[in-house]
Design a protein around this ligand. Structure first.
Ligand SMILES: Cc1ncc(COP(=O)(O)O)c(C=O)c1O
Length: 454
């Protein structure tokens, strides 16, 4: 059978349910803790910050499937299914016997997978009767996705955008504003926590952790408002399972199954979503695909972090999550993959990594990432986001290993988004101005010292 370049599911095969990986995990991710009491956070404690249905999803370790609400399915149909693409030209350029596939999530205006969860989260907020949402954004894709979904479902949105990203990508702000969102560079002087962070770290470029603190403060001090998060949380991985479910169905259409599955990891949502149904096969003993997470060497939460309870934000206002973390006090160095500059990792992926089901985490430096990104762009025509290019780096390295061993493995990677707003990164790489930063052990100790005693 000649496998086509692009495999699209028919529209009526877009999943109608999300899959909750936790249901099949023998060791569940550790519960969120209330930092005040040290006890597991109860539903009522989450409700001042999160929408009700999302808080329920967050705490549900047992229901394997959740129906995707009709209006969210309708929204998905405007930009899904996303294609599963066979990277024939990349294979040829590498001279590898491996078969390389990628699931391309960049084909919508947000430019990434983030819209899959934004549509769901905004829908539930609107259904609950809220009038305003707050969120953070790093690279800008999540903020854009939220702006799009908020405009569609009719809800006001404030986005705290990591300052370095807003400087690197001013037009991201314009896109969000075009959809009606209000965008504030973080840390800002509009919140108490922002002012405190600025006093302690004057001149800081900010981080996702800072922006989350500001967005939460704004949510709890604004009437009829809640906070939404674009990654890390269990609910976000649940919504992103649509990526993996579609990919698996597309592989079934061509009678294939991946041997190796690779994704980039910031907070873990695109990788968690991509691997979900394949990990189900692994957890239930049906198949043994090999899973690889690729992260930036400048923010190495899985490869050099600790598996510990920590805050999800710099201002230490969130519940405590047990995850691989560099400490909420870790200030990642500026890196062009803004969406990967987060100190922690999804508790689900962290537990799977701890238990050996997520087989491997790798840290890569940004010049190697951009080398992979430009090679991929030239071969496959798509200009990838620097975040996604971490997964490309991983896939290229695996394909080159196959070239050495002569194995024709089937490799799947998540192409989580496009890089049209990341041209500073491309320009600095092309002109030889890009540096690589790897924190020293002493620098990491500063972050670890901020870990709460639990
Ligand atoms: C294109 C893209 N890929 C990946 C990520 C990383 O997030 P996650 O690990 O939640 O998928 C981001 C985050 O902003 C992103 O914009």
């Amino acid at each position: 059978m000649k496998i086509p370049h692009k495999i699209y599911l028919p529209e009526d095969k877009i999943p109608q349910q999300w899959y909750n990986l936790r249901a099949d995990m023998k060791t569940k991710p550790a519960p969120l803790l209330n930092p005040g009491t040290g006890k597991p956070a109860m539903l009522e404690e989450l409700l001042p910050v999160f929408c009700e249905e999302l808080a329920r999803q967050e705490l549900d370790d047992d229901s394997a499937y959740f129906d995707i609400p009709g209006p969210v399915q309708d929204y998905y149909r405007m930009y899904r299914p996303s294609p599963l693409v066979r990277a024939y030209e990349l294979e040829r350029a590498l001279g590898t016997p491996a078969k390389i596939y990628f699931k391309f999530e960049g084909n919508n205006t947000s430019g990434s997978h983030k819209l899959n969860s934004a549509a769901a989260q905004v829908y539930y907020a609107k259904a609950q009767g809220l009038s305003h949402l707050t969120t953070e954004t790093g690279a800008g894709q999540w903020g854009t996705a939220m702006a799009m979904a908020s405009a569609f479902f009719g809800i006001d949105l404030s986005v705290f955008m990591v300052k370095v990203s807003s400087e690197q990508k001013p037009f991201r702000k314009a896109v969000m504003e075009a959809y009606g969102a209000s965008v504030i560079a973080s840390p800002s002087d509009t919140t108490n926590v922002g002012r405190a962070i600025l006093a302690e770290h004057p001149g800081t470029g900010g981080s996702l952790g800072c922006a989350i603190s500001e967005a939460i403060e704004k949510a709890v001090t604004t009437p009829d408002s809640r906070y939404v998060l674009g990654s890390v949380l269990n609910q976000v991985l649940l919504h992103q399972s649509v990526i993996g479910l579609e990919a698996k169905a597309a592989f079934e259409m061509i009678d294939e199954y991946p041997d190796i599955i690779i994704g980039c990891t910031g907070g873990g949502s695109n990788l968690g979503g991509l691997v979900a149904p394949f990990m189900q096969d692994r957890l239930t003993g049906k198949k043994t695909p090999y899973f690889i997470a690729v992260e930036p060497a400048s923010c190495p939460s899985m490869t050099r972090g600790r598996y510990a309870y920590d805050f999800c934000d710099t201002g230490r206002t969130t519940p405590l999550a047990k995850m691989y973390t560099l400490g909420s006090g870790f200030m990642p160095a500026p890196n062009h993959a803004g969406g990967l500059r987060f100190h922690g990792m999804s508790p689900i992926l962290s537990q799977l990594y701890e238990d050996g089901y997520l087989d491997e985490a790798r840290a890569v430096v940004q010049t190697d990432v951009l080398e992979a990104a430009t090679m991929f762009a030239k071969c496959e025509t798509i200009l990838p986001a620097p975040e996604s290019a971490h997964a490309i780096r991983g896939a290229i390295d695996e394909a080159l290993r196959c070239k050495e061993t002569g194995e024709a493995k089937t490799i799947l990677f998540g192409l989580s988004g496009t890089g049209y707003f990341d041209l500073n990164a491309y320009s600095s790489y092309i002109h030889g101005e890009m540096g690589d930063y790897i924190p020293t052990d002493e620098e990491l100790e500063i972050g670890f010292a901020s870990l709460p005693k639990v």
